[in-house]
Design a protein around this ligand. Structure first.
Ligand SMILES: Nc1ncnc2c1ncn2[C@@H]1O[C@H](COP(=O)(O)OP(=O)(O)OP(=O)(O)O)[C@@H](O)[C@H]1O
Ligand SMILES: [Mg+2]
Length: 451
């Protein structure tokens, strides 16, 4: 069964701009020249490796990192690699500076929500449950009071057993409906929440008779102990999830079903959540997992957002913040002041800065080779060399983007390999940014002289 799923997912795999990056390509703290899809940029990758180590050891709280370097030098790629190195357990949220400006939500609220999404809380909850293998199931139906042709479940007689005991229960309508919805039958292992009556089918009993040679089933052992027991549940949620739940006064379960319409959350709600989380942590019932918030194109933030960010970084429950920019000296948005990277000095003071350098010709070529493989594009040596020159002259990003359109042209002409001609053709069809900008500027000037 699982093989079929793997084949389809491989066929429809989405190839994102950084999908070839599997990690920082380090051995210990040393960068290998080419590894994990990463090429060159040795110093920046080694610095990033130290950051990853500090994050894992919990020594980065409340600090921020800035990735600064020219267009297409791999800043975003390195941030992705950091996320990969941190693993699934550490929340990694990525936004672009321009994303915070929305018509529906205040810009600081967008930033705040992103920060709280980047902090995980692992909660241990103890609940009373009835758990066992179904030995008997008799659902009682009655006529629907509004429609005599329809039958509705009104209750059930349910037999459950563990290795230790066996009991019969009369259960109400809610649980009966739950049993039907979960498709429960004799020989299944189930769990019923004592408080809410929620039924969860855990699988088929290992001791139950198998009805077919191959079954898409999960077999679980018959539970030990008593039928009614206290069980530990572990949920990993983010502070933002908890904020939303608190705002809706929902239960943990509403997380699984609740809709995610975006709205603002009041500071009072957040305070309540923080207090509760701290209480849980103190009681040993929760752990906080500080994650990472990556803000790309950070020069798009304005002065208000920068001061908001500075303040938020100070708070106890703050994620690690990684920023990226390709601006040198720039105007701070919302002011007339110019400053390094378009950021205010109080923020700059708190940053660890990692610089990414422009690539050498060989590095560009290697990255293009890796991308071609990633995008399943075959390319001739001549074409690759020419594309490398384009990467050197214009930008790496532009060169990378030409790969797939060139392959479309090659295929259209009955070839399975991109040739020099295909690349030349595609550069005529697709312009790089500086060319398109220059073109429009020239046009504007023409219009001005005409009028
Ligand atoms: N060292 C590298 N190894 C492998 N691939 C890389 C490397 N650096 C960049 N790339 C790839 O090259 C492309 C451009 O890099 P990226 O988008 O990371 O640049 P950037 O510095 O974020 O640019 P910008 O300033 O425009 O945001 C991406 O597809 C990226 O994955
Ligand atoms: Mg980028």
């Amino acid at each position: 069964m699982s093989e079929i799923r793997e084949i389809t997912s491989a066929r429809f795999r989405r190839v994102g701009a950084h999908s070839h990056i599997k990690g920082l390509g380090l051995k210990g703290l040393k960068a290998l020249p080419v590894a994990d899809g990463m090429v060159g940029q040795v110093k920046a990758r080694e610095a990033a490796g130290i950051i990853v180590k500090m994050i894992k050891e919990g020594k980065m709280a409340g600090r921020a990192i800035l990735l600064a370097g020219p267009v297409g030098s791999g800043k975003t790629a390195i941030a992705y690699a950091i996320a990969k190195e941190l693993g699934e357990d550490v929340p990694f949220i990525s936004i672009s500076g321009s994303e915070v400006y929305s018509a529906e939500i205040k810009k600081s609220e967008v930033l705040m929500q992103a920060m709280r999404k980047a902090i995980g809380v692992r909660i241990h909850e103890y609940r009373q449950v009835y758990e066992g293998e179904i030995t008997e199931l008799d659902i009682k139906f009655e006529k629907n009071p509004y429609n005599p042709y329809q039958q509705v479940p009104v209750g059930a007689v349910l037999g459950l057993r563990t290795k230790k005991e066996e009991k019969r229960f009369n259960v109400g309508q809610n649980i009966a409906i739950g049993l039907i919805n979960q498709g429960c039958r004799v020989g299944d292992i189930i769990e019923i929440d004592a408080e809410t009556g929620r039924v969860v089918r855990l699988g088929r009993s290992m001791e139950a008779k198998r009805t077919a040679d191959i079954e898409a089933e999960r077999y679980v052992p018959v539970p030990d102990g008593t039928i009614l027991k206290e069980k530990e549940f572990v949920y990993t949620v983010t502070l933002h999830d908890l904020d939303e739940m608190q705002a809706r006064r929902g239960s943990f379960l509403s997380l699984l079903f609740g809709g995610g319409e975006e709205k603002e959350i009041s500071p009072e709600i957040r305070e309540e959540v923080d207090t509760k989380v701290k209480e849980l942590v103190n009681a040993g019932r929760a752990e906080i997992i500080p994650g990472v918030l990556f803000i790309d194109e950070v020069h798009m933030l304005d002065i208000e957002l920068f001061s908001f960010l500075c303040r938020a970084m100070e708070s106890e429950l703050a994620p690690i913040i990684i920023l990226a920019t390709n601006r040198g000296i720039a105007r701070i948005r919302g002011t007339d002041y110019k400053s390094p990277h378009g950021m205010p000095p109080d923020l700059l003071d708190r940053l660890l800065i990692i610089i990414t350098e422009p690539y050498s010709r060989d590095e560009i070529k290697k990255i293009l080779e890796i991308r071609a493989k990633e995008e399943n594009v075959k390319i001739s040596e001549k074409a690759l060399n020419y594309l490398t020159s384009i990467g050197e002259k214009h930008s790496l990003r532009y060169a990378v983007q030409l790969l797939t359109p060139a392959y479309v042209i090659a295929k259209e002409n009955g070839r399975d390999e991109v040739t020099l001609e295909d690349i030349k053709k595609v550069t005529k069809l697709f312009s790089d940014v500086s060319k398109s900008a220059r073109y429009l500027k020239e046009l504007e000037e023409k219009f001005i002289t005409v009028s």
